[in-house]
Ligand binder design. Structure first.
Ligand SMILES: Nc1ncnc2c1ncn2[C@@H]1O[C@H](COP(=O)(O)OP(=O)(O)OP(=O)(O)O)[C@@H](O)[C@H]1O
Ligand SMILES: [Zn+2]
Length: 616
């Protein structure tokens, strides 16, 4: 039987030939990406481009099965192409070891694809690809996993929600005073050891750390000033890095004197358990028989003396590295620093032992190095099976896009502790208030070294597109508004424009009966051929008016599932919750098995007309 026979039979001849003719892009060749590339290649997608900026790390190998030990430090994109290429020689594979934000991957390049898949791990790159796909009118299949949870979303300009239609959760932060003065959980001590202690001794100061919320009120401000003083004292201890007493100096300061100072603030401990300073001489004596090899016992919770032994030994190793870097540095170089990396044993040992010593002083539970690694790296373990299922769901959604059947496209959620492994909801229409997809779009060409901001505003925005006086013009910063016209005579290049810069025009007209236009996004492409300040003007387009502000949006099914899970984690009381896609969850009583009662119209598996079984 030929290679094509099976996919042709299961997918149907017309979808199969569309797949063979398609040219797709996959961004990210990590956990989801490896699984997805295998699926795309075996399904027979005609031409696949893959982009990944990273190289292969040992910690990737447990789930990124296209890579082996021999590939460590090699490009993910290139090795993924080599390995997956062997699965199906009929597929044309092209690998780019690069950042998807690089300028060569411009809107024109995106336009060359029928479909884009995101298999990324960060918000910034996801938002970028979302925007490029919207501008290029190319459908995007967005996916992500965290532990046992997975999600797949189909995005198409003008037809569905985009990645930015719903605000995304920002990473968790902690009040600085909890971290530095009143920790009550292991995570507080881990953040302290990583973002403060490590940074002050071996890295850059924590003032810029995003994990610390500086807080606004007066009392905090006073405490923050004290803490800054403490940090600068610690910074001066750094000068003693080449002394054999370096670990002792750090220990006596942060686990001794600093804790004494905290204790002297009696008000702080009225309703909290006060900490106990650690006595260096005593701990040193207890640790006398313990060798540095204890650091390898990463699943065990070390006792106080073992933590001290690891702390002192890691200080020795890290100091040695710093001194070597200093010796190698050339005159005029910035002073060398080390950065925390969960996969760097020396930095991890220091953070694990430092966090535990602080926990001990504050009467908080100690943690194993293994647990601290997860927490310090903000890692929820990646699960190969979740990635594999999610990658499979991406391909099933891709079939619908290629069939031009977005109506049956779905937002699919994968969850371990919900009643059903899969939950799906219909694709929502674009949010009219979205600042990213709820915009009108035009493209213009200009020689950015010559054309000024004034040329762009007068020739294009006002004359061609009919805007009035009251507008704001922004890139990542405000360039112009009615009270700020300093940049009008400045060439675009000097305002930070590169080839393909996205400029947003906000109509600020106000008044009785005036409905401002929706935001306009102008993509400015650089053209050397335009020798003067000419700007090619776009076709006349109708810019829609802004919709009226909507009231609070209804809870989506995904959110409802999340809330159902959260509610359930708390109690486990029997409740019945109806989700808006017609699934009914019967949540369990303690010790009783869950039951799922699908509504009549809520099918999990449907038999599609061409014979393929699809999880819908
Ligand atoms: N801007 C970008 N351009 C290209 N590739 C990117 C970009 N941002 C992230 N990636 C890639 O996306 C992939 C995401 O994969 P994954 O979530 O499995 O992360 P990982 O780095 O491989 O694993 P882990 O973070 O768990 O160590 C990574 O290979 C990463 O290099
Ligand atoms: Zn949007």
């Amino acid at each position: 039987m030929g290679r094509d026979a099976r996919p042709k039979k299961s997918l149907g001849a017309s979808l199969h030939s569309r797949i063979k003719e398609s040219r797709v892009l996959m961004v990210g060749a990590g956990g989801i990406g490896c699984e997805l590339l295998k699926n795309l290649v075996l399904t027979g997608f005609g031409e696949i481009h893959l982009v990944d900026l990273d190289t292969i790390d040992l910690s990737n190998l447990n789930r990124q099965f296209l890579f082996g030990m021999q590939h460590i430090k090699k490009s993910k994109a290139i090795v993924a192409r080599e390995t997956a290429g062997k699965f199906n020689p009929n597929v044309k594979l092209e690998a780019h070891h690069a950042n998807i934000k690089d300028p060569q991957f411009n809107v024109k390049w995106f336009k060359g694809f029928d479909l884009v898949f995101n298999a990324l791990d960060n918000l910034d790159a996801r938002k970028h690809v979302n925007r490029m796909c919207l501008a290029a009118y190319v459908p995007l299949i967005e996916s992500g996993t965290t532990g046992y949870h997975g999600q797949v979303q189909v995005i198409k300009q003008g037809e569905t929600e985009c990645y930015d239609c719903n605000p995304k959760q920002v990473p968790k932060s902690f009040p600085v005073c909890t971290i530095r003065s009143t920790p009550s959980q292991p995570i507080h001590c881990i953040v302290w050891a990583k973002s403060y202690l490590f940074a002050e001794v071996f890295g850059t100061s924590e003032d810029s750390s995003t994990e610390l919320d500086q807080g606004q009120n007066e009392e905090n401000a006073q405490e923050i000033a004290n803490l800054r003083r403490e940090a600068s004292e610690l910074n001066s201890i750094r000068e003693k890095m080449d002394s054999p007493d370096f670990a002792k100096c750090i220990f006596e300061k942060v686990f001794g004197r600093d804790i004494d100072r905290l204790l002297s603030m009696e008000d702080m401990w009225k309703s909290r358990k006060p900490p106990t300073p650690l006595d260096h001489a005593k701990v040193l004596e207890e640790a006398s028989g313990i060798g540095p090899e204890v650091a390898r016992e990463d699943q065990k919770t070390w006792c106080l003396a073992e933590n001290y032994a690891v702390f002192a030994d890691s200080v020795k190793r890290l100091s040695q590295r710093m001194l070597e870097l200093k010796a190698k540095a050339k005159e005029g170089d910035a002073p060398p620093i080390l950065s925390f990396d969960k996969d760097d044993e020396d930095t991890l040992d220091f953070v694990a032992a430092g966090a535990n010593l602080r926990s001990h002083a504050f009467g908080i539970e100690l943690k194993s190095k293994f647990d601290i690694k997860q927490m310090a790296g903000n890692i929820i373990p990646a699960i190969a099976t979740t990635n594999a299922i999610t990658a499979g769901l991406c391909v099933l959604q891709a079939f619908k896009v290629l069939r031009n059947d977005l109506q049956s496209g779905k937002m699919v959620f994968l969850a371990k502790n919900s009643d059903r492994a899969f939950n799906a909801e219909k694709l929502a229409p674009p949010n009219p208030e979205c600042q990213v997809c709820g915009v009108a779009r035009v493209s213009v060409e200009a020689n950015i070294a010559v054309a000024t901001l004034g040329d762009l505003i007068e020739k294009v925005v006002r004359t061609e597109l009919g805007y009035g006086e009251d507008i704001s013009v922004l890139t990542s910063q405000l360039l112009y508004d009615i009270d700020y016209d300093d940049n009008l005579d400045t060439p675009l290049k000097e305002l930070g424009f590169e080839d393909e810069t996205f400029v947003t025009i906000v109509d600020e007209e106000e008044g009785e009966g005036v409905v401002p236009r929706a935001n306009l996004e102008i993509v400015v492409t650089h053209s050397e051929e335009l020798a003067d300040e000419t700007i090619t003007v776009p076709e006349k387009i109708e810019i829609p008016r802004k919709p009226k502000r909507s009231t609070a949006p209804e809870e989506t099914t995904g959110e409802a599932i999340k809330h159902a899970l959260e509610d359930n984690e708390d109690g486990g009381v029997a409740k019945k919750r109806k989700l808006n896609d017609g699934l009914t969850f019967i949540e369990d009583r303690p010790n009783k098995k869950r039951a799922v009662v699908p509504d009549a119209d809520a099918d999990l598996i449907v038999l599609e007309d061409d014979g393929a079984i699809t999880i819908d």
